[in-house]
Design a binder for this molecule. Structure first.
Ligand code: AMP
Length: 475
């Protein structure tokens, strides 16, 4: 078996790797490091969790250990699709380059240009950036890319999903033709194939096996769920999510709830918080300091539930997550693999649960085809416990006076999502907790005391308004 010491790495880099506790290279490292050290282009088909970050950082540090950067002319460039991934790559550089004198700068949105400009002005060996931010600096005339000797594109398939391919092509064009390119992607979509054919020169192609998708140590399950009414589906789904979380009890030490859309990330996080769960959202529209704070809190165990979009969570290295909840069935089957791969890491036990509404059944079938296994159906924990008349999210809901409650006070029923709120038509705000305005009791208490409280009716409310309705459709 290959060892790191067989790979011809700079002795100082080797020492840092050993100090990090790694002896044996992973398959992508064993495959990519030797050709990268020879100066060849590399096409690595590997996903997060395979050790791919070290497979490009180690040869880069080795190659850059000699020589110095000139002002505004970085010697290498690493492009990442998200700020978090860029920050993670930067952390890897710090670990592996600690015995070597190299300077680096991280160019990501949400950080002031001034600070970044100062670093670039001094000259950096390694520039780690998201494509948009890099081009912003370039257009401001602060950056010269003609001295780039090594360029890395990380998670190219995610770049494609995020619409960054034109930016990547432009950046390729701004760097010298003679540069070395290390290009990584989990999948090879036709557009990615085209880019690699255009910009890589006779690359060494290293493809590593997909991560074990359905590791024995991850308990998986899916609840097939249909809302009692279309307009109640979203809030009932959130109620089901809470029931799934509750059912796990102490087994849940920390978990990630994945939603397909950013707007739902906000709504679900807000809803959980309202019900006293320790939850916070993370997605690309939140400002950088908030994202960093939330992630740090989750990593340190101060935050129990992270509600996330795929992009924000992709590639994040949180070593132990006990549970993954898929609030939505992901529309790309591959994302299911990435999502559940957040739990059950390093042989630990993990649980991955998903909610599937009828319109997502096709996506569920795609996932089962990909993982070549049926995901066990699990019982809806709310089955038989849901009161007939109040199947909506909050059983303490005042019995809705059908026409009035919806028309007269819809605003107070919403989970308000301000800055990052729903933007698309399909992202309507939904009823989450029907009466908030005059009720100061915590939600759990209110759920228990099922007494009807109707808001906005004044003191003299006719008693029939407070009666609950029979669900006639159910009988
Ligand atoms: P990556 O795919 O680069 O995100 O790496 C996933 C995880 O594997 C990170 O926590 C790395 O620190 C860890 N790792 C990287 N290389 C090795 C190695 N050779 N042996 C064990 N773990 C590694």
């Amino acid at each position: 078996m290959t060892k790191f010491s067989d790979l011809n790495l700079n002795p100082k880099v080797l020492k840092a790797v050993e100090e990090a506790g790694y002896e044996t290279p992973t398959p992508i490292q064993a495959g990519a490091i030797p050709p990268a050290l020879e100066g060849r282009d590399v096409l690595g088909i590997a996903q997060t969790g395979t050790g791919k970050t070290a497979s490009f950082t180690l040869p880069m540090i080795t190659a850059l250990a000699r020589g110095r950067a000139r002002a505004r002319m970085p010697r290498s460039l690493v492009l990442c699709p998200t700020r978090e991934l860029a920050a993670q790559v930067a952390e890897n550089f710090d670990i592996y380059a600690k015995n070597v004198k190299l300077t680096k700068a991280l160019l990501i949105g949400g950080v002031s240009f001034k600070e970044q400009d100062m670093l670039i002005d001094k000259g950096v060996d390694v520039l780690i950036a998201t494509p948009g931010r890099l081009l912003d600096h370039f257009e401001r005339g602060k950056l010269i890319l003609s001295d780039v000797k090594i360029m890395v594109v990380d998670e190219a398939d995610r770049m494609l999903d995020m619409g960054f391919i034109p930016d990547i092509e432009r950046i390729f064009g701004l760097t010298p033709f003679t540069r070395q390119t290390l290009f990584f992607s989990a999948t090879m979509a036709p557009e990615i194939e085209r880019i690699t054919n255009t910009f890589l020169s006779a690359p060494a192609r290293i493809e590593v096996a997909r991560q074990a998708t359905t590791g024995e140590n991850i308990t998986q399950g899916v609840v097939m769920f249909k809302g009692s009414r279309k307009d109640r589906e979203a809030s009932e789904k959130r109620r089901l999510l809470r029931a799934l979380i509750d059912a796990e009890g102490d087994k849940l030490t920390n978990g990630i709830v994945f939603c397909n859309r950013k707007t739902d990330v906000d709504i679900v996080a807000k809803s959980l918080k309202k019900y006293d769960y320790d939850a916070a959202p993370i997605h690309g529209d939140l400002d950088q300091s908030q994202r960093t704070r939330t992630l740090d809190a989750f990593r340190n165990g101060e935050l129990k539930i992270l509600v996330a979009s795929d992009v924000a969570a992709r590639g994040l290295d949180v070593p132990s997550v006990s549970h993954v909840f898929n609030f939505d069935v992901p529309s790309h089957a591959e994302d299911y693999v990435h999502r559940i791969g957040r739990t059950g890491r390093a042989g630990r036990d993990g649980a991955a649960m998903m909610i599937c509404v009828p319109r997502d059944e096709k996506n569920l079938a795609d996932i089962e085809r990909l993982v070549q296994k049926e995901i066990p159906r699990i019982e809806n924990p709310l089955k038989d416990t849901a009161p007939k008349a109040a199947e909506s999210e909050d059983e303490a809901a005042p019995a809705p006076s059908r026409s009035r409650s919806r028309r007269s006070s819809p605003k107070s029923d919403e989970v308000s999502v301000k800055k990052d709120g729903p933007k698309r038509d399909g992202d309507k705000k939904e009823s989450d907790k029907p009466s908030r305005s005059s009720n100061s009791k915590p939600p759990r208490e209110r759920r228990a005391d099922r007494g009807p409280e109707v808001v906005g009716m004044g003191d003299h409310m006719p008693s029939f308004i407070a009666l609950s309705f029979e669900d006639r459709r159910a009988s």
